[in-house]
Design a protein around this ligand. Structure first.
Ligand code: AMP
Ligand code: ZN
Length: 469
């Protein structure tokens, strides 16, 4: 498996630190609003990377944080006259809904910055002790950038060039820094802001230290993959490396993966330009599976343009797969329960070539664009090599091949069978019977089965009621 590593600037063979295991950290969103479709790109891309690695047999420890203390969250909280936690909790819940809609798997752990302050105090303390950080007169703690000799290795920037660019940017209040390159680890509280006590001042952490600490706590000092959008390379990820490596004396992450940006109608997405879409906006017009298909139809390191036409093309492409699976299901229902013929066995073997093609594309730095082409080729093969004369085993085998590949992409191509109200009532009656017989395991099983099909049961005083989730 080859991964393009931003650190080396080339594709490298993936070798995990621990055989069969992957430790992966993806910088998550700042939760002050509904997530926009740009934020959805890293979520979808790295969820697909994770799914492919799991398909390959890796045990993936996937950590993705929520940045729940930040200027934008505080600003919104002040506007609404509520606590910052009200804002962050609201948008974490909304973000999780969008993730579910896009079929993004929940992370192994979703840490929250505000719950990890102790770890941050500890790492900052270590950095001060080692001479990599210092406290200024007002209690701000800065990282001493020049003390980390490899600073700039990820973004391939040279410290002196950076310094030249920075000099003119020195703003008031920054003159207490020893060097214009130094960045904040801890900053003093302002009136009305959330804060924590620390040895330096009551205040809150800088953004970069949060990820260094959460990655260390949940994945260890050394991890395999650290990922995020390309805007994070500098300064966020460069600073994370400096903090973590200076504190832990270990290589922080072996592979650095960055997705390119999503633009809208060839322009940068921005609220003020009026070309800004949340995932929720899109969900009102399209099935979010179409958005997922659209995102994966380009390689993650290529800029991606969003437009109504391209979404229509994605809709058509996605529908083509859904229709093929629908047709297969239709054929399977009435197919003969007989041995596969020699010709069928051969065709089933032939179809495996598309799986190989799919894997080759994914092994080459997760080229999902080519991987989706391989799915289309398989769909075309299935469409031309199936009819009512085939055995159930053969049809099922072809269907399984399509589902295996679409599952890796996180694409749901098989619509859940709609339950009729009488089926639901029958299941509810069975559940009541099970409860009467004190078979609670069976009762729960039925409840879950219905939930999977989008039906929620409510035990009310008048009896059990159901509604669509
Ligand atoms: P933020 O909430 O701004 O920290 O962003 C969360 C994630 O979304 C980061 O990995 C960003 O790099 C990524 N991101 C933000 N905007 C875009 C965009 N237009 N295209 C692709 N990724 C983006
Ligand atoms: Zn981060």
């Amino acid at each position: 498996m080859k991964i393009y590593n931003t650190l080396s600037g080339r594709k490298e063979e993936f070798v995990p630190i621990e055989e069969g295991k992957v430790r992966m950290y993806v910088c998550g969103p700042t939760v002050y609003n509904l997530i926009h479709i740009g934020n959805a790109r890293p979520m979808l891309v790295f969820d697909t990377v994770r799914r492919y690695m799991e398909y390959k047999g890796y045990d993936v420890n996937f950590v993705s944080n929520f940045t729940d203390v930040d200027d934008k969250i505080i600003k919104k909280a002040l506007e609404e006259g509520v606590d910052a936690s009200v804002i962050s909790e609201r948008y974490i819940a909304e973000c999780k809904k969008d993730m579910e809609g896009m079929n993004v798997k929940p992370a192994t752990t979703h840490p929250l910055a505000t719950q990890e302050i102790d770890g941050m105090l500890e790492m900052i303390e270590t950095l001060i002790e080692k001479g990599h950080a210092y406290r200024a007169a007002d209690g701000t703690v800065y990282f001493r950038t020049r003390s980390f000799k490899e600073y700039g290795k990820l973004s391939h920037k040279n410290l002196d060039d950076l310094q030249g660019g920075n000099r003119s940017l020195l703003v008031s209040g920054e003159d207490q820094k020893e060097d214009s390159l130094d960045f904040v680890l801890w900053k003093p509280k302002k009136e009305g802001e959330p804060y924590w006590e620390s040895p330096w001042c009551d205040g809150r952490p800088g953004w970069h230290i949060e990820c260094s600490v959460m990655s260390k706590k949940y994945l260890g000092d050394e991890i395999d993959i650290h990922a995020g959008g390309e805007d994070l390379i500098f300064p966020h990820h460069e600073n994370e490396i400096a903090q973590s490596e200076a504190a832990n004396d270990k290589t922080f992450a072996r592979y650095w993966m960055h997705n390119a940006f999503l633009n809208i109608d060839n322009r940068k997405m921005s609220k003020s330009a009026g070309n800004f879409f949340t995932v929720r906006d899109i969900s009102e017009k399209y099935d979010l599976q179409v958005l997922r298909f659209f995102m994966l139809s380009a390689h993650y390191r290529s800029p991606l343009n969003f437009s109504a036409d391209l979404m229509q093309a994605a809709q058509n492409g996605y529908d083509r797969i859904v229709t093929a699976v629908e047709n297969l299901n239709f054929l399977i229902k009435s197919a003969k329960e007989e041995e596969e013929s020699a010709a069928e066995k051969q065709a089933e073997e032939d179809a495996k070539a598309f799986i190989a093609k799919f894997e080759d594309a994914m092994e080459d730095d997760f080229n999902t664009a080519d991987a989706i082409s391989a799915i289309f080729e398989l769909v075309k093969f299935v469409n031309t090599n199936t009819d009512g004369e085939h055995s159930k085993a053969y049809l099922q085998a072809l269907k399984n091949e399509i589902i295996t590949l679409t599952d890796i992409c996180g694409l749901i191509v098989e619509k859940k069978e709609e339950l009729l109200p009488e089926d639901i009532e029958a299941l509810i009656a069975q559940r009541q019977e099970a409860r009467k017989a004190k078979n609670f395991a069976r009762a729960d099983e039925i409840r879950n089965e219905l939930l999977q099909k989008g039906i929620v049961l409510e035990d009310t005083r008048e009896g059990v009621k159901w509604k669509k989730a």
